[in-house]
Ligand binder design. Structure first.
Ligand code: CO8
Length: 258
């Protein structure tokens, strides 16, 4: 499918989805968000794709929702139109692993979009922020909820109330990102991680993603039980037999997603 605000390439079982509105620092317009939901859904359904990388440009992952597009909307418009609601639901439902590769600005909805991915690898020039307070509003797709779970209440309050940006070093220190790399190595690092994931059992990867995400939704006791049952269930797969036999036979496992 041809997109106007995205570039999508598939190599070595990895779908690389690049946000592409350079004139607006990849601001999330209605068109971009609906194309992104469609591209994510397509990658999730494509049997050739085993991992997804979402990225922007060197200057901006995304500078937030498109302020110019939103500015004149009324409460009734955003409520009845459920601004971004259906598309965000689609993105959150992707079952394959999704890595955010963030360089430059990840602000407002851009920071929230990165946090919707399974983990974030960022460039050393990355800047994260929830500056919606400067516009007389607040975050709307996870900036008060996911960010608090990532970095704790104090930093989340600081960022949401002052609108200040967090640099890459602070983001790594705070647990917002898993790795920081030089800007010119960002895509190599993210694609390398994605190819590594793509070489594993897709069933185990899907179940691992579900289990980690479950930890946000439930108590520790319930989460541990869920994890144990999911672990038990993987013994019904051929990939478990293959993975454990390959270890014992000192060879590379050949996973077949069965
Ligand atoms: N929306 C629309 N256009 C934007 C946005 C944006 N978020 N960000 C940048 N642009 C445009 C600029 O207007 C400018 O366009 P033009 O050249 O036509 O004037 C172009 O991109 C380049 O931007 P700047 O000239 O401002 O570049 P600078 O390098 O000087 O500054 C900044 C970069 C600091 C990133 C600056 O552009 C900025 O502050 N941007 C806005 C950041 C922001 O406030 N983001 C939050 C937006 S609100 C939000 O995300 C809410 C999400 C929740 C949705 C909830 C739905 C339920």
């Amino acid at each position: 499918m041809a997109y106007q605000t995205l570039i999508v390439e598939i190599t070595d079982h990895v779908a690389l989805i690049r946000l592409n509105r350079p004139e607006a620092l990849n601001a999330l317009s209605g068109q971009l968000v609906s194309e992104l939901a469609a591209a994510m859904k397509a990658a999730d359904a494509d049997a050739d794709v085993r991992c997804i990388v979402l990225t922007g440009s060197e200057k901006a992952f995304a500078a937030g929702a498109d302020i110019k597009e939103m500015a004149s909307k009324s409460y009734v418009d955003v409520l009845t139109g459920d601004l971004f609601g259906p598309e965000i639901e689609v993105i959150q439902r992707v079952r394959k692993p999704v890595i955010a590769a963030v360089a430059g600005y990840a602000l407002g909805g851009g920071c929230e979009l990165a946090m919707m991915c399974d983990f974030i690898i960022c460039a050393d020039n990355a800047k994260f922020g929830q500056p919606e307070i400067n516009l007389g509003v607040i975050a709307g797709i996870g900036g008060t909820q996911r960010l608090t779970r990532f970095v704790g209440k104090s930093k989340a309050m600081d960022m949401n109330l002052t609108g200040r940006f967090m640099d890459a070093a602070e983001a790594e220190r705070s647990g917002l990102v898993s790795r920081v790399v030089p800007a010119d190595k960002l895509l190599d690092e993210a694609m390398g991680a994605a190819k590594k994931i793509a070489s594993k059992s897709a069933i185990a990867a899907m179940v691992a993603k579900e289990a980690v995400n479950r930890s946000y939704e439930t108590t520790l006791r319930e989460g541990l039980l869920y994890e144990r049952r999911a672990f038990h269930a993987l013994f019904a797969t051929e990939d478990q037999k293959e993975g454990m036999s390959a270890f014992a036979e000192k060879r590379e496992a050949q996973f077949r997603d069965r």
